[in-house]
Write a protein that binds this ligand. Structure first.
Ligand SMILES: Cc1ncc(COP(=O)(O)O)c(C=O)c1O
Length: 288
């Protein structure tokens, strides 16, 4: 009896899905610059047994984005307390943090805007088949290109129309992810993931200094590889190189790591390095 009471007091009320600036609500003003101009940032975080995974890395990327955009980063304690309210007692869910510059300013001019709007949302876990991890996935080449902008490269800002266009290119559920190139036909990332190639015993992942989102799982994979003594080069990657790779995988905070078995007309094996990396990521509580 005591245990049940304790567990249910930890579990959030079923209706508590959104907190806007710390208060239960799912409404923001139409004047908010996130709505007006995509003037803000977001993080999508996996939650396991009430714990947001890679929380430090997510908050660090958010802080980097805030520094770049000149948005005041709220105190870490606020995120911790609100994440606890939304996620406590939940076995698996997604925690989404959205942070905008708030309302105000004049047209695009940002000075005078604020305070920032902070939205935390507890969203259902996407039940991707485990098969995607064990047997691999199919990747297609997207027609939509990523425009380059070194000032925004790496950030997870709200302006995601390129990804929306790219993801709209296919409806076939047999294809799990789409690969995006920049205007110079260099490989950058997936529509919702980062990409890694295996060449011999080493990893290669595209450098993200002109476009792309510097994924938190990408960072975790690079750190894991380093601990395993596996070299990982971050550098420009041409499309041809992808076709001749010994293995390919994509990463994000929710999927963890998905091996790629097919990319257009190319097939790939799943080299032992892929399950080894996945096991290390799980050990490090980087993914479920
Ligand atoms: C465009 C894009 N690139 C990369 C990623 C991977 O980011 P993370 O590992 O932080 O989830 C995402 C995640 O949603 C994304 O939308």
């Amino acid at each position: 009896m005591t245990e049940v009471t304790a567990a249910s007091s930890r579990a959030p009320a079923p209706s508590l899905v959104y907190l806007v600036n710390g208060l239960p609500s799912n409404v923001i003003p139409v004047t908010d610059r996130g709505f007006q101009y995509a003037d803000g940032l977001f993080e999508t975080i996996a939650v396991a047994d009430g714990e947001p995974l890679l929380f430090d890395r997510h908050l660090e990327r958010l802080a980097r984005g805030c520094a770049k955009l000149g948005i005041t980063m709220p105190a870490r304690e606020l995120f911790e307390a609100e994440a606890g309210r939304l996620c406590g007692g939940r076995e698996r869910q997604v925690l989404k943090i959205t942070l905008t510059r708030g309302s105000g300013g004049r047209g695009y001019r940002p000075d005078g805007a604020g305070p920032p709007t902070r939205v935390l949302a507890a969203l259902p876990w996407p039940d991707y088949p485990e098969m995607h991890r064990t047997q691999g996935t199919t990747l297609r080449l997207c027609r939509t290109r990523l425009g380059s902008n070194p000032d925004l490269a790496g950030l997870k800002h709200l302006a995601r129309l390129e990804q929306v266009l790219a993801r709209g290119e296919w409806t076939d559920d047999a294809v799990q992810e789409g690969l995006m190139l920049d205007e110079e036909s260099q490989v950058i990332e997936g529509t919702m993931s980062n990409v890694f190639l295996i060449r011999g015993e080493a990893l290669v992942t595209p450098r993200l200094d002109r476009c792309g989102v510097a994924g938190v799982m990408r960072e975790a994979v690079i750190a894991c590889a380093e601990r395993m003594g596996v070299r990982c080069d971050e550098r420009p990657v041409a499309l041809d190189e992808l076709c001749s790779a010994d293995g390919l995988f994509v990463t994000n905070s929710l999927i963890g790591l998905w091996p790629v078995r097919r990319f257009e007309q190319h097939s790939y094996a799943i080299p032992p390095l892929i399950p080894a990396l996945l096991a290390r990521l799980r050990e490090a509580h980087a993914c479920v």
